[in-house]
Design a protein around this ligand. Structure first.
Ligand SMILES: [Zn+2]
Length: 293
């Protein structure tokens, strides 16, 4: 699932392509939501801003119109220059060695994804969105009232992120929740997904199975700031994954720090797999329920 850092990276790319530019063509070929029938109304409007909030993305246009998207599990934004070569994406261009091979790969990739949900054209760029289940055209006021956004906790990657306030919101959740499951609650803090909850708990040396009730606010703050630092570093590197990952996806492999085999188990309502090092993360008691994967 795209996490906050993925959305921030997409927002950066879209900002470069769209901000200050007028839309000359807009279509929503695979649109299923009624508000997108009005997509043509974007033509002639200038894009004012592109914002990431947690895992949501908001594109603002002149005349109080916003596009609100959430990529859920598999959605993706693609940006291409409009002038030839038409099939080179931003990320391809960042790699001068990629050459013609990648360009062809990009074309195949786009075809595999089928029809885009959204296609915006400016004088210099084309923007596509594939496979996101939430894509709506709204006014600013309607966006503020949108429950998915109104209920969001502070964005971990926002410039004004307040770790103390965010830790208080985490503590206000059900105290029986484990830290690992609390981190996925977007109404407390938004932007953290499955990959970074594992990596952040490891980097902060925190037992992810500890209950909120047994956790000091200072530890939660430290954990949030650690997650923020890791994710900002990934955004700065143009990556959406920890490279190399310390625990995520490394079940049974030796911990890079202490050599103990990394463990993995599905947790929480969505049964997402959590990874941890039992030694480095101070495992002091039996976890009881559930078997490792
Ligand atoms: Zn370890």
């Amino acid at each position: 699932m795209p996490e906050g850092d993925t959305i921030h990276l997409a927002a950066q790319r879209l900002r470069r392509a769209l901000c200050g530019e007028r839309i000359v063509q807009a279509s929503a070929p695979a649109a299923r939501l009624p508000s997108l029938l009005r997509i043509g109304s974007l033509v002639g409007r200038r894009c004012l801003d592109v914002k990431a909030r947690g895992k949501h993305l908001l594109i603002e246009f002149e005349g109080d119109v916003l596009l609100h998207s959430h990529l859920r599990m598999s959605g993706r934004w693609v940006v291409r220059p409009r002038t030839p070569p038409p099939d080179v994406t931003e990320s391809d261009r960042a790699d001068p060695a990629a050459g013609a091979k990648t360009t062809t790969a990009a074309r195949r990739h786009a075809t595999r994804r089928g029809q885009p949900w959204l296609h915006l054209v400016t004088e210099r760029h084309e923007v596509f969105q594939y496979g996101g289940p939430l894509l709506e055209l709204r006014t600013r006021a309607a966006t503020r009232l949108e429950p998915l956004l109104a209920g969001l906790g502070p964005d971990l990657l926002a410039a004004d992120f307040d770790a103390q306030a965010a830790a208080i919101r985490l503590r206000a959740l059900d105290a029986r929740l484990t830290i690992a499951d609390a981190l996925l609650e977007q109404r407390a803090v938004s932007g953290i997904g499955n990959i970074w909850r594992s990596e952040a708990c490891f980097a902060a040396g925190i037992d992810p199975f500890r209950r909120l009730a047994d956790t000091e606010p200072e530890d939660l703050q430290r954990l949030l700031l650690t997650a923020r630092e890791l994710m900002l570093r990934a955004v700065a590197n143009g990556s959406t994954r920890p490279r190399p990952a310390n625990v995520y996806g490394r079940a049974h492999q030796p911990c890079r720090r202490c050599g103990t085999p990394i463990r993995a188990r599905r947790t929480g309502e969505q049964a997402r797999t959590l990874y941890w090092c039992p030694y480095c993360q101070g495992e002091t008691r039996d976890k009881g329920e559930g078997a490792d994967t």
